[in-house]
Design a protein around this ligand. Structure first.
Ligand SMILES: Cc1cc2nc3c(=O)[nH]c(=O)nc-3n(C[C@H](O)[C@H](O)[C@H](O)COP(=O)(O)OP(=O)(O)OC[C@H]3O[C@@H](n4cnc5c(N)ncnc54)[C@H](O)[C@@H]3O)c2cc1C
Length: 453
């Protein structure tokens, strides 16, 4: 079998190939604290599709495993190195190639950071909605490969709803283009959709065409505290039952409020059971209509503003939770389950019960408008008993979400973190079909094996 480094050096400039163990290590894991990563043989950072093709042909000649990587902000171990693999990082492919105002679309390389795309399209009056809380550090390629969600999904949907075309380098180095430039097309099967959320299992995404929206009017923002979680759940369902359309609807429970307040003092009410954070635009309805419903269901403290800058500051409460959690403990395990909106109170009370019974600190926050919660299990990795209790509580939360008719992986993907549970959600015939699809694209199982499916 050919040697991977020799094959790479024959095809790529030396500057794209890194073997320094410290450099390779820095690219060998994502942000999933529990998931182990292997030792990669090499890090390759191509600057063009042709260079990705060259790297894939080298890996094929050496029969090497390939782990695609964006910005490494994933939370499931999906970008973690596998022993002896080639990590293929697209961070050097980070150009916005085209913004088409007439057809409201943009063509980008996969390494473009989400916030950079947002800024680029905003400069011509357009809007790219998907906004994971990691939008200032995650890549569009990674967002596509995980079908990332975010705060504004409640109105605008997830990454899948904006991807209309892809360029993909297959495992043997062949290049395909999926999708179209026209807004409509019924030609052939939808392979674009298949690649969205495919977690690096089917090919390397080297170019992405996304649909854009006209820039919305500046949002109005409100926060409402509740003394009881069930009241908050009732307010959320009433907002949708009555036909209102928030653009953001986030929930932050008491434990999360306490952690944020401890590390980023903002005068939060840490006696409340939870806070909901809402935004709406004048195109839909004034924020006051959402606030009135919260008051009707017993909100204890309510504040709203039409000032977009003040609104952004309020959103910081939500965006800082991840960083605040990292200050509380070097290790936390972020869950990512979702249920339909009306089952949210059951999910929340079930998580509280699981936390108490297993004696684990589980701050809960998430996208209340989508029923997508991120209970985050805090632990000390050196405390064996606590690690055992955390694993048990984590499994129980997955099962709770499934028992409530929900999903075990709403927006972060499966990676290695949740692979053991996948058969609990997808029935055997369906799962076998998915695995056959993977084998069609990757017959030798060299693309990110052991992840996802
Ligand atoms: C603080 C914080 C907040 C977060 N908030 C959210 C949130 O609100 N919503 C949300 O959905 N996620 C969130 N995440 C998770 C993470 O940011 C997303 O999963 C993101 O989409 C990953 O992008 P990335 O560029 O970092 O990809 P990586 O972590 O590098 O990779 C993720 C997966 O995509 C594959 N991949 C990456 N690039 C390519 C490519 N070009 N071709 C093929 N496969 C590729 C990798 O193999 C891997 O399977 C958060 C993470 C953090 C740390």
């Amino acid at each position: 079998m050919a040697d991977l480094l020799t094959e790479l050096r024959e095809r790529l400039p030396e500057a794209r190939i890194k073997t320094d163990p410290d450099v390779v290590l820095a690219y060998s894991h994502d942000r999933a604290h529990f998931e182990r990563h292997g030792t990669a043989a090499v890090l390759v950072s191509p600057q063009s599709t042709d260079e990705v093709v060259a790297a894939m042909k080298a890996a094929e000649a050496a029969n090497a495993i390939v782990v695609p990587r964006g910005a490494g902000t994933g939370l499931t171990g999906a970008a973690n190195a596998i022993d002896g693999c080639m990590i293929l990082s697209v961070h050097n492919m980070a150009e916005v190639l085209e913004i088409d105002r007439t057809n409201r679309m943009a063509r980008v390389q996969p390494g473009v950071i989400n916030s950079e795309l947002k800024k680029a399209v905003a400069s011509v009056g357009l809007y790219y909605p998907p906004d994971p809380a990691s939008y200032e550090m995650s890549s569009i390629g990674g967002n596509v490969a995980t079908n990332a969600g975010g705060l504004c999904c409640v109105k605008y949907g997830v990454t899948r709803d904006y991807v209309i075309g892809l360029e993909v380098v297959l495992v043997n180095g062949d290049v395909i283009r999926t999708g179209r430039k026209t807004l409509k097309s019924t030609t052939g099967l939808d392979l674009t959709g298949l690649f969205v959320g495919s977690e690096g299992l089917l090919g390397i995404i080297t170019e992405i065409t996304v649909k854009l929206e006209p820039a919305p009017s500046p949002p109005e923002t409100a926060v409402a505290y509740f003394a009881e979680l069930p009241q908050c759940g009732q307010a959320i369902t009433a907002i949708f039952d009555r036909g209102l359309q928030p653009t953001v609807m986030e929930i932050i429970d008491r434990a999360s409020l306490e952690i944020v307040e401890r590390h980023y003092p903002m005068d939060l009410d840490t006696d409340a059971a939870c806070l909901i954070l809402m935004q709406a635009t004048a195109e839909d309805q004034p924020i006051s209509e959402l606030v009135e419903i919260c008051e009707e269901f017993g909100a204890t403290g309510v504040f709203h503003t039409t000032d977009p800058d003040e609104g952004e500051q309020l959103l910081e409460v939500r965006r800082r939770i991840g960083n605040a959690l990292e200050k509380v403990s070097k290790h936390y395990l972020p869950e990512d389950v979702a249920v339909t909106r009306e089952r949210l109170p059951e999910l929340l009370s079930g998580i509280t019960e699981i936390a108490e019974r297993n004696e684990v600190l589980i701050p809960v926050f998430g996208h209340a408008g989508d029923g997508n919660m991120h209970p985050s299990l805090v632990f000390d990795i050196d405390d064996e008993d606590e690690v055992r209790r955390v694993r048990k509580a984590f499994t129980e939360i997955v099962q709770l979400a499934l028992d409530l008719g929900g999903t075990l992986a709403a927006e972060h993907g499966v990676g290695t973190l949740k692979r053991e549970f996948i058969e609990d959600e997808i029935d055997p015939i369906h799962l076998a079909l998915q695995r056959e699809l993977k084998a069609t694209f990757d017959p030798d199982n060299r693309l990110n094996p052991g992840k996802g499916l």
